[in-house]
Each structure stands twice: as structure tokens, then as C-alpha cells.
Design a protein around this ligand. Structure first.
Ligand code: SF4
Length: 153
């Protein structure tokens, strides 16, 4: 089980997709310079139960074609349950992880993944020098270029 902040519809986190985004609280990675330290507390937010999650998907699925989780890989049974349900709704799935490698049992249920911890000197996906990588797991392609302005290429 894990807690989530209220989900939001987002347009840029998964290129060419409209996603329902869940920010899962309780990230244990403690990256220096983390931009969302307020989400470290696992008691923040509300439990994302199976029924509350299905209720969100029923409410939003006609507006979205993807579900993105910011974290949650540290509670893999809960995350796997949610990814399988997203598949039942015929939605694409994405995980933003601070890990370099995501456990394979999660990876096999994802269409997209962002890997790599936050490093202030390297920047995020919009920065050409970032250590982070965003992959389309169906094609195996790195899609970092989709986050960067053309004059950075
Ligand atoms: S993975 Fe993300 S949320 Fe977790 S500590 Fe690092 S920057 Fe913060």
C-alpha cells in the first residue's frame, strides 16, 4: 500500500500522451536538492486503494491514454497491482523512478520509464547534460530529445 497526492492530468511528462499522474509519497532515495521533499513523508496524501484507483480511472479514462506514477517502486506489490489495472483499462503506463534500474517485474508492465536520480549539476530531462533517461520500452528508444528544445540538440 502507498499514499498518493491528488492525481492530475498532465501533458508533458509522457511525450505525445495525456496522462493521469499520481505522485506517490514516501520516496526513500533522498536525492540531494530534491524538488519535492514534501513528498518524502509516506504519511502524506491518501491511501491509493484498489477501489479509489479504479474510481479515478473510471472518472478520467475518456480524457487520458496513459497513467504515470512518480515513484512507488519501493512498494512493488501495490504498484504492480495498479499497473495491471491500467492495462485492463487499455491505458499506457509510465514510471518516473530515481533508480538507475527498475525491478524487472515492474519494468515488464511499463510502456515508458524515466530512470536516474536527480543531480542538480546535470539537471532534468530538459537538460542536454542530464544523467536521467526517458525510454519508450516498446521501441527501446531513448526519448530525451522530446523534452529538450531544438537549440540544445
Ligand atoms: S527520486 Fe525524485 S522524489 Fe525521490 S528524492 Fe530523488 S528527486 Fe526527490
Amino acid at each position: 500500500m502507498f499514499n498518493t497526492l491528488p492525481p492530475k492530468i498532465v501533458f508533458q511528462e509522457v511525450p505525445d500522451h495525456v496522462s493521469l499522474a499520481f505522485l506517490i509519497t514516501g520516496c526513500p532515495l533522498r536525492c540531494k536538492g530534491c524538488h519535492s521533499t514534501d513528498s518524502w513523508n509516506k504519511l502524506k496524501g491518501k491511501p491509493l486503494t484498489k477501489s479509489s484507483y479504479i474510481s479515478y480511472l473510471n472518472r478520467y479514462h475518456s480524457f487520458i491514454n496513459c497513467v504515470v506514477f512518480f515513484g512507488g517502486e519501493w512498494a512493488s506489490p501495490a504498484l504492480i497491482e495498479k499497473l495491471l489495472i491500467a492495462k485492463d483499462f487499455k491505458l499506457k503506463t509510465c514510471l518516473y523512478s530515481g533508480l538507475e534500474q527498475v525491478p524487472v517485474q515492474i519494468l515488464t508492465l511499463l510502456d515508458f520509464v524515466k530512470v536516474g536520480p536527480w543531480q542538480r549539476k546535470r539537471g532534468g530531462l530538459t537538460d542536454k547534460n542530464t544523467n536521467q533517461r526517458f525510454y519508450d520500452l516498446n521501441s527501446g528508444k531513448c526519448l530525451n530529445f522530446k523534452f529538450q528544445s531544438p537549440n540544445q540538440q
